[in-house]
Design a protein around this ligand. Structure first.
Ligand code: BGC
Length: 687
């Protein structure tokens, strides 16, 4: 459809029809039961039949049959016959489930992440979906918050890089095998106070801009079609009615012209927050902030018609919002084909294919972190007498909590993948592999916990065998960084698996037996206990840093080290890598880093080199380290690879006390590193 035709369409629409385009309700309003409900159904959502046939989009309906049924009925009965948009959460796979995003991130492999999003898009569009509510790019430093599983961790630079990969993978060239992506939750949802879900966010503007906003901005620069508002307040104002955030930053500063949708019920939650006196005021604030679609409540539907009558400005805003929704529909080609080529045949043949499962397997292999391997107990060999045990040995709960179209019945457990291996009884084994962790239902939305330790029964189980002759290998399934301090010293090796998806069990067995070599690195620090939270690698110097752990009147805890149990970037390999010939220089406003890496072991492997920097003197205190570049490389046994990094001066800017984005010339320290704590070499440069 041409631009003029959209204008014509707008002219022909009644006010009621326009408002309908701005309302999204779930499938039950269209009489279907195959849908996902991700929040409460509000009894005040009374929508009459006439209104239903003006609505613009549908939440949580999946599958060609359902989507055809609703769309065809709608197109028959609605006056304007503007196709409905179908939106749902395809977060880390549709039918083929990849590791949870926090696991995908540990791969440090943006190309692989992009590939998983491409497959998710292909499967979801085959099932008729038009928009996915992903990527979630909320930076978080708080593992009590259950939603850390949906994000990519604690680092701004890394999150921004993955945000772009997800968007490119989902949206591709916008053809019928790709869908529109929706970056969320705008903004800073990961900073909810005390890790408690749906809570307030209070952040100085310079920290918000410097740490939290870049990942959303990166998604926007990659062309993301939609933005979802977050549930939280920002400095007192709920994101959904926050004109400063949505109009000033998102629309004016960042020139975002796409669709803004609220999170589930978030528009009328302004009334519950007490920042709007009723749903009319909530609707007014949201429209003034340029929110286009209201998800799962009907304040727009019930009140905008009165608001636009009395206020001409609201009429203009209404038209602008409707235009953005129509443009998205047009961009997706819905006016030409309201089903976007979705066919039952495609839905049957293009999903859960061997090819897709292979990528799920590769992603799982690259997502599982070897945290510890003190005695080299891993990889297991055919000569070892191994016993496998623990509460999660036979678990198929490996898909993670955003996998509603994944199917546990075709997910193998580790036990079932072990059929070909020889297992010894516990008492004669020389190595015990114990499978522990959390359930996926303990993670994700609304799953905040104050206790993130392993259950006492699990700790007791590990302690029963620890300290004896047998080598103990722990395999942990999790959706967040857990507090492992009760067991980490007692075991010899730890493999940490963020819910690894469809092919997770196979990947674990192959990693245990050395058919695959671990290469993942943590993107969120693992705390020693909840008292250390928030904990993150890019902390600040204090006026009283610790030199030794027994000093008084310095910045430390009396009862615990201040370092994490395992830091950002930590992750071992079965290979051994040697770093040499490092060279740091400056050239034309760039920092140049060169380094050679040799695989000095007899095992082919992959490793990631991390480049951190520290601004040594700034007008405000600067972090001790900030990730500025990384690269994952594959190096065969005995071979050497040269790496070259260029860090632009732009990357050294920060938001000062007055919130200006500036570069301050001076001295910087450059760290070439294996992890945030394992530094290979460092050099001070001046720029
Ligand atoms: C979640 C969003 C999700 C939406 C729609 C909300 O409860 O916060 O992340 O996209 O539901 O399912």
């Amino acid at each position: 459809m041409k631009k003029e035709d959209i204008n014509k369409l707008l002219e022909e629409m009644t006010i009621q029809e326009k408002i309908g385009q701005l309302t999204q309700l779930s499938g039950e309003f269209f009489q279907t039961d195959n849908q996902e409900i991700t929040g409460p159904i509000y009894s005040e959502n009374k929508v009459n039949e006439e209104e239903v046939y003006t609505l613009g989009s549908v939440l949580g309906v999946y599958g060609v049959e359902n989507i055809y049924k609703i769309q065809s009925d709608y197109l028959k009965k609605s006056r304007m016959k503007i196709p409905l948009l179908f939106m749902a959460d395809v977060i880390h796979g549709a039918r083929t489930i990849f590791p949870i995003p926090l696991g995908l991130a540990t791969s440090f492999n943006p190309n692989l992440v992009q590939k998983t999003a491409e497959i998710a898009a292909k499967e979801a569009t085959a099932a008729g979906l038009h928009v996915t509510f992903a990527p979630m790019v909320d930076l978080s430093r708080d593992p009590r918050w259950g939603r850390v599983m949906e994000g990519t961790g604690e680092d701004t630079f890394l999150n921004a890089s993955f945000a772009a990969s997800f968007v490119k993978g989902f949206q591709g060239n916008f053809d019928n095998e790709h869908l529109a992506a929706c970056v969320k939750h705008f903004a800073a949802y990961g900073a909810v106070e005390a890790g408690r879900e749906y809570n307030v966010v209070d952040l100085p503007e310079n920290k918000l801009r410097e740490l939290y906003l870049p990942a959303y901005k990166s998604a926007i620069d990659a062309g993301v079609a939609l933005v979802m508002t977050s549930f939280n307040t920002i400095n007192g104002v709920p994101a959904t009615g926050n004109k400063w955030l949505l109009k000033k930053i998102l629309r004016d500063e960042w020139s975002f012209e796409g669709v803004v949708i609220t999170d589930y019920g978030a528009l009328t939650e302004q009334v519950i927050w007490g920042t709007a006196k009723n749903s009319e005021e909530a609707a007014q604030k949201a429209l003034l902030a340029t929110v286009d679609i209201e998800m799962m409540t009907t304040a727009y539907l019930q009140t905008l018609k009165y608001l636009v009558k009395t206020d001409k400005k609201m009429l203009v805003l209404l038209d602008e919002a409707v235009r953005r929704v129509l443009e998205l529909k047009n961009r997706l080609g819905l006016f030409e084909d309201p089903y976007r080529g979705a066919l039952l045949e495609r839905e049957k043949t293009q999903v859960f294919t061997e090819e897709n499962k292979q990528v799920a397997y590769d992603a799982a292999v690259e997502s599982i972190v070897l945290l510890k391997n003190d005695k080299g107990s891993l990889p297991l060999t055919k000569k070892d007498k191994v016993s496998f045990l623990g509460p999660l040995l036979d678990s198929t709960d490996l898909l993670g909590s955003w996998s509603w179209k994944g199917d546990v019945t075709d997910t193998e457990s580790v036990l079932s993948e072990l059929v070909e291996e020889e297992c010894s009884p516990i008492d004669v084994a020389d190595k015990l592999v114990i499978f522990v962790g959390e359930q996926s239902s303990q993670t994700g939305e609304s799953k905040s916990y104050t206790n993130i330790s392993l259950e006492q029964e699990t700790v007791d189980l590990v302690c029963r065998y620890a300290g004896g002759e047998q080598e103990i290998i722990l395999v942990v399934f999790a959706g967040r960084p857990l507090d492992l301090s009760a067991v980490s010293d007692k075991v010899d090796s730890i493999l940490y698996a963020y819910f690894p998806g469809t092919m997770g069990a196979r990947a674990i067995v192959d990693l245990l037996y050395g058919k695959q070599n671990p290469s993942a690195k943590l993107t969120m620090s693992l705390p020693r206990n909840v008292g250390q939270i928030p904990i993150y690698y890019n902390q600040y110097m204090t006026g009283r840093p610790t030199l030794t752990e027994d000093e008084e009147y310095v910045s430390r805890y009396q009862d615990c080290l201040k370092t994490p149990l395992y830091p950002f970037g930590h992750g071992l390999s079965y290979s051994e890598f040697e770093y040499f010939d490092s060279f740091v220089s400056t050239k034309e406003n760039k920092v140049i880093v060169d380094i050679s890496v040799k695989n000095i072991s007899s095992i082919d492997g992959k490793t990631t080199v991390l480049i951190f920097m520290r601004d040594l003197v700034g007008s405000t205190a600067r972090p001790l380290k900030e990730l500025k570049a990384f690269e994952k490389i594959e190096i065969n046994a005995g071979e050497t690879r040269q790496l070259h990094f260029e860090i632009d001066r732009e990357q050294l800017k920060f938001y000062n006390f007055s919130n200006d984005y500036i570069f301050e010339p001076g001295k910087f320290e450059v760290f070439i590193s294996r992890s945030s704590e394992d530094i290979i070499d460092s050099k001070i440069i001046e720029i």
